[in-house]
Design a protein around this ligand. Structure first.
Ligand code: C5P
Length: 221
């Protein structure tokens, strides 16, 4: 079976990454979490006190930005590295979640990260999740999925994930963060979150995780 590119886009916290990971595992594909790349860029900018409204500072910081993914055989998970350091846990924290959409709306940042993402998919056999994968990164992807879920369900899932990582956050704060990120992500000028016409839509509010994975794997086959 020839390998394809699977693009999974959708709102914040509707289970894109866990679904994409499971689909990649089942098909023997590589999983690329583009959200992790924007999160790592945000951490890099915070570490370097970059003024986001200053394009020169942004360009300079982008030159020293090195993001990579490494598989950890102990946890059996792919982890995100920033300039050689494992930042997988740090980039999931609220400190980053509350800043990432602002960073992701900067056109120089998108240009750089989209170029890297295109490179990851050159050989096909990838499942990539994000906001603009089907529209900008891989407009020719053979399979495009747009995932949604209601805000309450998304916030509850995110709260659970944060709790598992030791961060206790109020449900309302998470709802506000998800809603605000959706608003910024959908209304930005460059690479906004949209459902492209050739994407299949999956609402994950009430379907089993296994079913949503099976639906995508079936489509891929
Ligand atoms: O997927 P995740 O929620 O980790 O993404 C974090 C943020 O990164 C999103 O809210 C969005 O602002 C940005 N993002 C993006 N384009 C992508 C992936 C993520 O703008 N392809």
């Amino acid at each position: 079976m020839g390998k394809i590119v699977i693009a999974i886009d959708g709102y914040s916290g509707c289970g894109k990454s866990s679904t994409a990971k499971a689909v990649a595992k089942e098909l023997g594909y590589t999983y690329i979490d583009t959200g992790a790349m924007y999160r790592a860029a945000t951490l890099h900018f915070l570490n370097n006190f970059v003024t986001l409204s200053n394009p020169h500072e942004v360009e300079k910081a982008l030159k020293s930005l090195d993001i990579s993914f490494h598989f950890n055989p102990e946890t059996e998970k792919q982890e995100t590295f920033l300039n050689g350091l494992n930042v997988e846990n740090e980039i999931r924290k609220m400190k980053i979640s509350s800043k990432v959409s602002e960073v992701a709306a900067i056109k120089e940042v998108r240009k750089e990260l989209v170029a890297q993402q295109k490179g990851f998919g050159k050989k096909k056999g990838v499942v990539m999740d994000g906001r603009d994968v089907g529209s900008v990164v891989f407009p020719d992807a053979e399979l495009k999925v747009f995932m949604t879920a209601n805000l309450h369900t998304r916030a509850e899932r995110r709260q659970q994930e944060l709790l598992e990582k030791g961060e206790m956050v109020d449900l309302e704060e998470i709802k506000n963060n998800l809603g605000e990120r959706d608003r910024i992500d959908s209304s930005r000028e460059v690479g906004p979150l949209i459902k492209v016409s050739d994407a299949i839509e999956i609402d994950t509010s009430y379907i089993d995780f296994e079913d949503q994975v099976a639906q995508i794997v079936d489509q891929a086959k």
